[in-house]
Ligand binder design. Structure first.
Ligand code: ADP
Ligand code: MG
Length: 162
């Protein structure tokens, strides 16, 4: 793992804002895996990430459709939710790794599907904390070393620099 950053977000909007900042550092071909329990804030993060890529209109959970696609600044944003898939073969059928060539792929519950995803650029883990109902810790890890500085700057900006 090249780098890892943790940021505390006290509200859903703070998580969206953080995600938008990460999106500003995204590149075509990136695959981002979102980890965290049900209700942690994966879809909320995806909403901010999409906004950061210039997606207009609502971004809703793809739990039942598996994949939603939005035109964005880098081509297509693919937002997938693999929660209901039981078999790696089903994930492979979605062809997410190939679709990343046309833009950026964001995958909720993607951790179990890593073998079918191809290289993952960033892993974002979202966890509740003891700080209260709306408090989360968002950890962004992975990337290659050439991009760590850029992403650190993007995420630090949100916390006022540290
Ligand atoms: N700091 C926070 N970050 C993200 N979501 C939060 C936060 N605080 C409260 N929430 C709420 O938690 C819920 C997260 O739901 P969702 O994003 O659908 O989770 P998941 O996709 O991980 O199941 C939303 O209702 C959201 O408004
Ligand atoms: Mg979700």
């Amino acid at each position: 793992m090249a780098c890892s950053f943790s940021v505390r977000t006290p509200s859903a909007d703070a998580t969206r804002e953080l995600a938008a900042r990460l999106a500003a550092a995204a590149r075509r071909g990136d695959v981002v895996v979102l980890q965290g329990l049900l209700g942690a804030g994966k879809t909320t993060f995806a909403q901010g990430f999409a906004r950061g890529l210039g997606v207009e209109g609502p971004v809703t959970s793809p739990t039942f459709t598996l994949v939603r696609q939005y035109p964005c600044a880098l081509g297509q944003l693919l937002h997938a939710d693999l929660y209901r898939l039981d078999h790696l073969a089903e994930v492979a059928d979605l062809g997410l790794a190939d679709l990343a060539e046309d833009g950026v792929v964001l995958v909720e519950w993607g951790d179990v599907a890593r073998p079918a995803l191809g290289p993952v650029t960033w892993t974002v883990s979202i966890a509740r904390t003891e700080g209260g109902d709306d408090d989360r810790v968002v950890t962004v890890s992975g990337g290659d070393e050439t991009r760590c500085g850029e992403v650190a700057a993007a995420l630090d900006a949100r916390t006022g620099g540290a």
